[in-house]
Design a protein around this ligand. Structure first.
Ligand code: EPZ
Length: 420
């Protein structure tokens, strides 16, 4: 099992270049199934999840290549529309092939994704949305069997709760459905907008991207396109917090500050100096300036992102005072708490809220990573802890952060990846 050994080594100073967003690249790769034309994505991060999804497309008969941050997909000759358990179980975002396969081929057989560490993560909203578009859905031996022999028909779908994945899946189905589809209570994340812009470049007719109501006029077919993946706001936010925790001065480049207002506001309230341009964010915590405790509550975009909750909590462990962290999106996303406690953090969890009482210092320890964002919060804690922190089971980490060790080391961090 691989692990990362981090040694507290003072402030981070320098520049960090942000990669393309994992959570945009995954649905965008699935969109490549919607056309028989060559389809190209640039600014794609080199992550395990991306390669897993490309393997899944290859299993359908698509030709794919991935080199120098560029993915090329040719889904002209699809010979299978079955997504096997062994691939889907590795990465739940594989369920996003459902909409495109049913829309273009009228059928799909996709393994039900299991739950994961942060929650049961059902896909009922994906399935009910497809049924509203006229698909027949059966669950058989752990597989979703979706068919639409006469094609899909537009409908007015109101999501009972905001779901990023369900919005993406249904959007990709509706673009080839007959007639108009209205999605109400749709997710508004930048990754949804990025997917929608790509679909429009393929010839789809979509209005309302970034709003909670999306209107789609179905078309008969989509052509290929070349699309650059939007910058990863969660990666950018992670490194902003790293700079604040270590008391350094870091410039984040190739990012979208306009996607991070929900993080910038509480960080400024915490006493962190933040300056932005169109595509850079400078983060500085001057020597002697303590981090002030603030409360955060995760919400769908444009609220505070659940994917930055663990990282922000790691910062609060060093704050002056006490901050309340409330997680409203997932039912089990505090697994970093006992691991941070092993490093000396004072955190009291009560149902969906965690009260973080700041302390002067953390101490290095052996800690265990449980999910992608919990993993990185432990690396951040290790950057400021006294002594060495061994973050074990980092395969989660490498699913979501391209070149994390190099990017942090270039700013003065002392960390290395070792195989046990
Ligand atoms: C996406 O997951 C992201 N993953 C997650 O990032 C992110 O945390 C999440 O959106 C929320 O922003 C990708 O984009 C690949 P949801 P997704 O559907 O689409 C419930 C990371 O660390 N729900 O918006 O699965 C669900 O259980 C990952 O990069 C249903 O009940 O999230 C959750 O409580 C983690 N039924 C809530 O909705 C459904 O059919 C929001 O989930 C679907 C979801």
């Amino acid at each position: 099992m691989a692990k990362i050994i981090v040694e507290g080594n003072g402030p981070l100073n320098g520049k960090i270049k942000i990669s393309g967003a994992k959570n945009a690249a995954l649905p965008l790769i699935c969109a490549g199934l919607l056309t028989a034309d060559p389809f190209t994505l640039t600014n794609v991060p080199d992550l395990r999840d991306i390669n897993t999804l490309l393997d899944l497309l290859k299993s359908f008969g698509a030709q794919t290549s991935f080199k120098d941050s560029t993915v090329k997909i040719d889904a002209k000759d699809i010979t299978s529309t079955t997504a096997e358990y062994d691939l889907v179980s590795q990465m739940r975002a594989s369920v996003l092939v459902l909409g495109p396969l049913v829309a273009r081929f009228g059928k799909a057989r996709v393994s039900l994704p299991g739950g994961c560490a942060i929650g049961s993560r059902p896909v009922d909203l994906h399935l009910s949305g497809l049924e509203a578009l006229g698909a027949k859905i059966d669950l058989h031996e752990g597989y979703i069997e979706a068919t639409a022999e006469d094609g899909l028909k537009g409908a007015h779908i109101t999501f009972p709760k905001v779901s990023v994945g369900a919005t993406e899946n249904i959007m990709m189905a509706a673009v080839l459905a007959k007639g108009q589809t209205i999605l109400s209570n749709a997710a508004r994340e930048p990754e949804i907008v990025d997917l929608g812009e790509c679909l429009k470049a393929m010839g789809a007719k979509i209005k309302g991207l970034g709003d909670d109501t999306i209107i789609i006029e179905g078309v008969d077919e989509l052509h290929g396109c070349e699309h650059a993946v939007v910058a990863d706001r969660i990666e950018a936010g992670t490194y902003m917090i790293a700079a604040a925790m270590t008391g350094g001065n870091v410039t984040i480049t190739h990012c979208r500050p306009d996607h991070l207002d929900a993080l910038i506001t509480p960080m400024k309230l915490a006493g962190i100096m933040i300056e932005t341009t169109a595509d850079t964010i400078n983060v500085e915590r001057p020597k002697g300036q303590k981090i002030q405790a603030v409360d955060i509550m995760t919400e769908p975009y444009p609220g505070f992102p659940t994917d930055l909750q663990a990282q922000f909590m790691a910062m609060l462990t060093l704050s002056e005072g006490a901050g309340m962290v409330t997680e409203t999106i997932f039912e089990n996303r505090f697994m970093h708490v006992p691991e941070l406690a092993r490093m000396g953090a004072h955190i009291n969890v009560h149902q969906a809220s965690a009260l973080v009482r700041g302390t002067d210092k953390l101490k290095g320890a052996q800690v265990m990573a449980t999910d992608l964002r919990a993993s990185v919060s432990l690396v951040l804690a290790g950057l400021v802890a006294e002594g060495k922190t061994h973050v074990n089971r980092i395969y989660h980490l490498e699913r979501g952060y391209e070149n994390l060790v190099d990017k942090l080391s270039a700013c003065g961090a002392k960390l290395k990846r070792v195989n046990d």
